[in-house]
Write a protein that binds this ligand. Structure first.
Ligand SMILES: NC(=O)c1ccc[n+]([C@@H]2O[C@H](COP(=O)([O-])OP(=O)(O)OC[C@H]3O[C@@H](n4cnc5c(N)ncnc54)[C@H](O)[C@@H]3O)[C@@H](O)[C@H]2O)c1
Length: 360
């Protein structure tokens, strides 16, 4: 039997609460199949660990994580620890150290999910965002000179390497080709006269290798508007680190809310483990009450199943989420329900348990 070794970083706030439910679902899927299993190893890293040790993760944390097949992350960040520390010293360091240069965020409006848009058909919101995940505006390059002085200067540099830009765009073309869908590039070449002119040029160059993929290109401001006024334009989307971060929150808002938004950080070559996580943060305002919505974390478990080649199970998990939404009975308060986090996880596991085995 194949066993997948998963490193679990439940993290802070509602992280541990929602991750428990994702693990429940993964175990259920493995049980249903009978041909593979998961072994979960927990790491106590996050803000509490930081207050005790002065570090967000163990000094050799990256080395420890290297040997796992995947990382399953809840959320990090808690009042008392500056957000740039909790983000950089755990999440971003993992994404960069493990060259997880592809961030995949589905923006799909499931049946039963709330959509605030008028005059939009449900099937029109079905996008797959492919966001550059290791460089760009989040490269961390910059400086803070003359700190605290009158002539203080802050530099935050965007880094767009040819390798980094080309590989994310190529990955997006491959995905669009495989799915038989169009590819939209989102940039901002009118104002960002080096980085985004370069981005557009590389997009143009790579597109020559994929004549069968229909393409479009928008400025990020126009794209933000069009996602709301005409979302069906967008199928597979490729964009930079910052733009992808922001636009996928717009995506979350139109596709059922932040409680449903999932993300995968992929190292396509498989040299290092990939990482799966909900898009939302640690929600300190509701932490400890057992009411955090676990659906985003469960959806990211479906992305893990896809990544391991069990796409049929990945789809079953998303189908189970859709069934739960349509039933409209076991939902957390953010979705106007009164169920607890674990009741939602139990119901999803029940629905999956009733599905036929789908040997992948
Ligand atoms: N990937 C990550 O780990 C990640 C992402 C974003 C923010 N953060 C961190 O999380 C902390 C809180 O940030 P924030 O408040 O801006 O964002 P947040 O996503 O934690 O919360 C925003 C709002 O959405 C609600 N919410 C979020 N997820 C929910 C869920 N699953 N179920 C029900 N309600 C949910 C929260 O209660 C809150 O009202 C900060 O420290 C921030 O740095 C971490």
């Amino acid at each position: 039997m194949k066993t997948y070794n998963i490193a679990v970083i439940a993290g802070d706030g509602i992280g541990p609460e929602v991750i428990d439910e994702g693990i429940k679902v993964l175990k259920k899927v493995a049980e249903l199949d009978g041909g593979f299993a998961f072994d979960f190893t927990y790491f106590p890293w996050g803000c509490e660990y930081y207050t005790q040790t002065g570090r967000m993760m163990a000094e050799d944390g990256i080395e420890q994580l290297k040997k796992f097949d995947a990382i399953y992350l809840g959320a990090v960040g808690f009042p008392g620890v500056p957000d740039h520390i909790s983000l950089w010293d755990l999440l971003l360091i993992i994404r960069k150290s493990f060259d997880q240069y592809v961030n995949i965020r589905p923006v799909t409006l499931l049946d039963g999910a709330h959509c605030p848009l008028q005059n939009v058909e449900r099937k029109d919101i079905d996008m797959l965002f492919i966001r550059e995940n290791t460089e760009g505006e989040y490269s961390g390059a910059g400086d803070w000179l003359f700190k605290g002085q009158e002539h203080e200067v802050v530099l935050q540099n965007g880094v767009f390497s040819r390798k980094g830009t080309e590989r994310i765009i190529r990955y997006a073309f491959e995905t669009a080709k495989k799915q038989g869908r169009s590819l939209t590039s989102i940039s901002k070449a009118n104002a960002l006269n080096y980085s985004m002119v370069f981005w557009d040029q590389v997009f143009e160059e790579v597109s020559a290798d994929y004549p069968e993929v229909k393409t479009a290109s928008y400025l990020v401001d126009a794209a933000a508007m069009l996602m709301i006024t005409d979302p069906k334009r967008f199928e597979v989307v490729v964009t930079s680190n910052l733009f992808g971060d922001i636009l996928t929150d717009v995506g979350a808002a139109i596709a059922g809310g932040i409680g449903l938004a999932a993300g995968a950080n992929i190292n396509p070559e498989g040299t290092f483990p990939s990482m799966f996580e909900p898009v939302h943060g640690s929600a300190p305002d509701i932490a400890g009450r057992g009411i955090g919505n676990p659906l985003a974390t469960i959806w990211s478990a479906s992305q893990m199943l896809d990544h391991f080649g069990y796409e049929a199970y990945g789809k079953k998990v998303v189908d189970a989420i859709e069934q739960l939404l349509v039933e409209d009975e076991v939902l957390t308060p953010d979705m106007k329900g009164s169920a607890s986090t674990s009741e939602v996880g139990d119901r999803i596991a029940d629905i999956i348990g009733n599905l036929q085995s789908v040997k992948a």
